[in-house]
Design a protein around this ligand. Sequence first.
Ligand code: PLP
Length: 386
Amino acid sequence: MLAAASIIPRSLHKGIQITRALKSRKISFSALPPHPPPLANSVLDTIGNTPLVRLDRFCQALGLRNGSSGSNNHNSKPLILAKLENTNPGMSKKDRIAHEIIRQAKAAGILQEGQPVVELTSGNTGTGLAMVCPLLGHPFCAVMSQGNSRERAQMMRFLGAEVVLVPQAPGSAANQVSGEDLALVEETAQKLCQDRQSFRIDQFVRKANADAHYLGTAREILEQVKDSPDVRIDGFVDFVGTGGSFAGCTKRFKEDCSHFVSCHIVEPEGISPLARKYTNQSDSNRSSGSSKNHVIQGGGYDMPELTLLEEVIQKGYVDGFLQVDNQGATDMARLLGKTEGIFGGFSAGANLHAAVQLIQSGQASQVVALICDSGSKYYSADLLPS
Ligand SMILES: Cc1ncc(COP(=O)(O)O)c(C=O)c1O
């Protein structure tokens, strides 16, 4: 099993200039895509169908090479493919689940006409719901920890949502949400839901969360690479919060690909309950008490049980666990910006750091990573260099 390694060349820490137009691959200068998307009836029609981008320049800047482990299943050029979920209208992959959960609940008759909706959120699901709910006739209330970045609450309010902020547990650090903080948010969300007879989205247990990625994200990825003979995805890494995108994408890759795709759960270094539970892997950097915080918002909550992962774990679809530290996630998000012109958040950086580890270990050579949200959600956190 891999430990988080230092994979960023010293020169990058010193801030060398990296040009985007590296020689490895020609950049297309066509001004417009051949087919613009059709006229949308509402913003709901613009969720999903996000771009998939080759990160040749990012890989070249790192000098990325395939590792020598025997399990590398083909000799293709090392490559990371980035699914730009930051280009969804609410700037995160969570727009997909907001739409799918509401859609399925209405279809099943468990969400009544005009019924208010409540959800616990780190901000991204809430932003998706703040967009989707009013368009479908439901008032929305988001319950969020004060430890999440301020701009997330501002964005939900801008979209018309009510936002209830819950103070963090004693000892928690600003911009770092722990499992204890989340438990407090859950308590408030449950109470609000009961008092107001609201529909609870329950993103941690609702199967429609994973379905959104099975039916959307991963299906799109396979469609997007099918006409590229030099691309054969053999790895997938995903930083886990609810586990919805890992479960949905992994299930689709395992079911639909005729070749092996090595799927790895990503957790923050020092907080790796899933790795410890399923592999007895010890994390030598494991923190205790109030220092169990990290900067990668949206996951790493120190929860050893995640309902949405049960099926993929039971089917043996989880091939491993990778850990990423704060610095690695931050450096990779910044490198993505410098080399590829893509503005992703901390968890995008965590996924890229894990993709690099997977390639260097030789367990895969062409790896998909989600750019879960936009860097613009972190102006008040330490993502942007000062
Ligand atoms: C920015 C970001 N990255 C990653 C995740 C984790 O995604 P999932 O809940 O599908 O595991 C979340 C979840 O809220 C998120 O907001």
